[in-house]
Write a protein that binds this ligand. Structure first.
Ligand code: PLP
Length: 350
């Protein structure tokens, strides 16, 4: 089989194909905010990472400007386009019409390889369905599709992924993967292969769902209870609609005045007890200030015992379109952990 490569997690596939197809001074394009490993892989290959902004429209759907995407993909230095649906961190599920529009642009950009990151393919909510990008328009011949056994089994530490595409493209990433880690361990591959069918076998639970469906049902319950709880809380944050994946974004703009000022003054704030200092990600906004979402997340982690991710970490270095108004919460934990975190958040202003 020459059209599949088993990799060290989906991330091993991303790393292999970004590095196989882009070099120094090339450009890698992805929608932003973006999974931060895209940035790391692009930088490691010596390239420039260009984010195409996703922005919320009035109905709460993340949208992009096709003209901006076309302008960047058309540049001769753009060698790789990383596409991701369901999207981390926004939870957007791209429609077939959007994918067709992207495919039409790519028809005019034969110098670009697409890596379609579909690790959350089984997690589309509210009746939405996942369509593999490679099946739209003329995409198959220019697309490497990436999947994750760890995400599928809701056991992310397993780190077994796979890439699917035309043999002539798969081969290039296989050469990079082979030089980096030779191959992924065989017992892990056997375990994953033996479990794949079980993931989609009926009657995993009393509701007759498959394991994959039962995971999706639990995430929707988490999404709905987090959305309701955030809406009802005195803390004035606003949950954003999630269509799929592991995460939920919330707009914290109106929380600015509630966050203790010390979190805005320096990255080096430490709790006034005996806890050792921790390594800090010293991200600043283009005007030098500490991002609002980072200050919010530090406040919540240090004082309220709930950890979230600042959205501003999902942008390439010096992105002119970086935003710091959102935080990302996980909807992928079990119900009990999720409700425990919500209880702590309900008391956040006490
Ligand atoms: C969008 C996206 N792609 C890839 C990965 C990596 O998957 P894996 O754990 O299989 O390496 C993640 C993990 O968080 C992710 O969110």
């Amino acid at each position: 089989m020459k059209d599949i490569l088993v990799t060290l997690g989906a991330n091993g596939a991303l790393s292999s194909y970004v590095n196989a197809f882009s070099n120094s001074n090339d450009q890698v394009v992805a929608f932003e905010p973006m999974f931060p490993m895209y940035i790391d892989h692009g930088e490691f290959s010596g390239g420039n990472i260009k984010g195409i902004p996703l922005a919320l429209d009035a109905s709460g759907i993340w949208q992009f400007d096709p003209a901006v995407l076309r302008a960047e993909l058309s540049k001769p230095e753009t060698k790789v386009f990383i596409f991701n649906t369901p999207h981390n961190p926004t939870g957007k599920v791209f429609t077939v019409a959007e994918m067709q529009a992207i495919s039409d642009i790519l028809d005019d950009c034969p110098h670009v390889l697409t890596i379609s990151d579909e690790v959350y393919d089984f997690l589309t909510f509210d009746g939405l369905t996942h369509t593999p990008f490679a099946t739209v328009g003329n995409n198959w011949n220019r697309t490497i599709s990436v999947y994750s056994g760890g995400k599928l089994m809701n056991a992310t530490g397993w780190k077994i992924g796979w890439a699917i595409g035309p043999a002539k493209l798969i081969r290039n990433g296989a050469i990079v993967a082979n030089s980096n880690y030779y191959c992924f361990n065989t017992p892990g591959q056997v375990a994953m292969a033996n479990s794949l069918e079980a993931c989609f076998a009926p009657n995993y639970n009393d509701a007759g769902e498959t394991f994959a469906q039962s995971t999706s049902t639990m995430f929707v319950q988490n999404r709905d209870s987090i959305t309701q709880a955030l809406t009802d809380m005195a803390l004035p944050w606003k949950p954003v609609l999630v269509q799929g994946g592991y995460f939920l974004m919330a707009d914290v703009t109106e929380c600015r005045s509630l966050i203790p000022e010390k979190y805005f003054q320096t990255h080096d704030y430490e709790p006034e007890d005996d806890r050792p200092p921790v390594g800090k990600n010293r991200l600043n906004m283009p005007d030098g200030r500490i991002p609002l979402d980072l200050a919010f997340c530090r406040w919540m982690a240090i004082e309220k015992g709930v950890t979230m991710m600042p959205n501003s970490f999902f942008y390439p270095n010096k992105s002119p379109t970086i935003t710091d108004q959102y935080v990302r919460l996980a909807i992928c934990k079990d119900r009990q952990s999720t409700e425990g975190a919500l209880d702590r958040l309900r008391n956040a202003l006490n």
